[in-house]
Design a protein around this ligand. Sequence first.
Ligand code: ZN
Length: 226
Amino acid sequence: MKTILVWNEYEHERVHDEVRKVYPQGIHEALADPLRKCGDFTVRTATRLDEEQGLSDANLKGVDAVVWWGHVRHHEVRDELADKVVKLVRETGMGFLPVHSAHMSKPFTRLMGTTGRIGGWREDGEPEHIEVKAPNHPIARGIPAKFSIPQTEMYREPFDIPEPETLIFCSKWDKGEVFRSGCAFTCDKGRVFYWRPGHETYHIFDQDENFRKILVNGVRWVTRMT
Ligand code: ZN
C-alpha cells in the first residue's frame, strides 16, 4: 500500500470564519478523504503548524507522494524543508501533487525552475468548463471528455511553467479565459501532477466528484501505480 502525506499550510481555515464553515476539518482532511475512501493508500496529514512545519524526516519517511495545499504562507515554508521535498522527488522518485494555489509553492516552483505565476484570477464563483486533452492518460481514466465545476475561482494564462510532459486537462470560463489545469511532469526520478480546481471558499475538494476522482488518479500516477 502506498503512503501519502497530505500537507496544508493551514491558514485560511483557522483565521477566517467563512472558510472554516466550508472546510471545518481543514483542507488537508478534505483532500485526504477521497484518497482514504479509495482504499489504495495509507494517508496521513500534516500542517505548517506541526513540528518542523510538518515536513520532518519522520513525517516524510516511507512517503510515496505528497499532496500539497498552500496559498498565502508559501514564503514561510523554510527553504531547507522545501528543498528536502524537491530532493525526495528528484532523487528517490517520491510523487508530488500540488493543488490549486500551490502553483506558487516553493517545492513546485523549485521543481519547475519557473515562477509558477499566473496571468490573473477572479474570485466570482463562475463555472469552470474542463476538457480532457489526453484521454488515454491514466489520470483521465473514467473521466468524462468534458465536464464543468459549478462554482470556481478563475485562473488565466500565461502560466509560467515549463511545457508539460502531458497536458491532460484544460479549463475555460464563459468570459473567454483559458488555463492549463491538469499538467503532468517528470522531474528526474519523480512524477509531478499539478491539478488546478479548488478554492478555500467553494465546496470543490469535498464535494466535486470529478475533482476527487482526478485527485485519486493523479496520486496513483505520481506513485507509479499507473
Ligand atoms: Zn483560490
